[in-house]
Design a protein around this ligand. Structure first.
Ligand SMILES: [Zn+2]
Ligand SMILES: [Zn+2]
Length: 193
């Protein structure tokens, strides 16, 4: 059963399949946190500054409305692409710059409408923990579920490569270019941690 995807204001809509989910993860890195703060949407960070994402093959992600609202930012010329809805600044997903790496970290913030179905489909949040060293307070590490989650991403990427999958709603299928010109945003020297 696909999980419905929706930005907060409802202009961007879609769904995610569950066939090629890698893992659900919480990232405590400063880039993800600064991004959540830059978007300015409440509720994106957990109590120790982590963001919740469901990592999957981009072929499982489909937008059905509001494609023209999908925009992209990056913290640097080499940083990952961070896709969000321009209408209400809901984060949608993060992708590598290289469309050959078949990965998207879908923000659970755009899956909220599905309620408990998200946990049923993708596992509970805060089990695979990334960059705990930069959490805003000490985090109880989960080495086993984290290692297992990372391994599932590696296996998933290898599987996608074997299947020769490349399609992504964020990249033009023929040119491999991102569907929007990414805005490079300079990190503010203060705040934005
Ligand atoms: Zn919106
Ligand atoms: Zn991060």
């Amino acid at each position: 059963m696909p999980i419905p995807l929706r930005c907060r204001c409802g202009q961007v809509q879609g769904e995610v399949g569950t066939a090629h989910t890698y893992t659900r993860a919480t990232c405590y890195c400063t880039d993800c946190r600064a991004y959540a703060q830059w978007l300015g949407v409440p509720g994106l960070l957990d109590e120790v500054g982590g963001v919740d994402v469901v990592t999957m093959a981009p072929t499982d992600l489909r937008f059905t409305a509001g494609r023209d609202r999908i925009v992209c930012m990056s913290w640097s010329e080499r940083g990952i692409y961070r896709w969000y809805a321009s209408c209400c600044r809901t984060p949608l997903g993060n992708t590598p710059r290289d469309p050959g790496v078949h990965y998207v970290g879908v923000s659970s913030a755009c899956l909220e409408g599905a309620g408990a179905a998200v946990d049923d489909a993708f596992g509970l949040p805060r089990r695979c923990l990334i960059s705990t060293g930069t959490a805003t307070a000490t985090v109880r590490k989960r080495p086993f579920t984290t290692a297992w989650g990372i391994l599932r991403v590696v296996i998933g990427l290898a599987g996608a490569k074997l299947r020769g999958r490349r399609e992504s709603p964020f990249f033009d299928a023929s040119t491999g270019k991102p569907i929007r010109v990414p805005e490079i945003v300079k990190r503010s020297p203060h705040g934005n941690q």
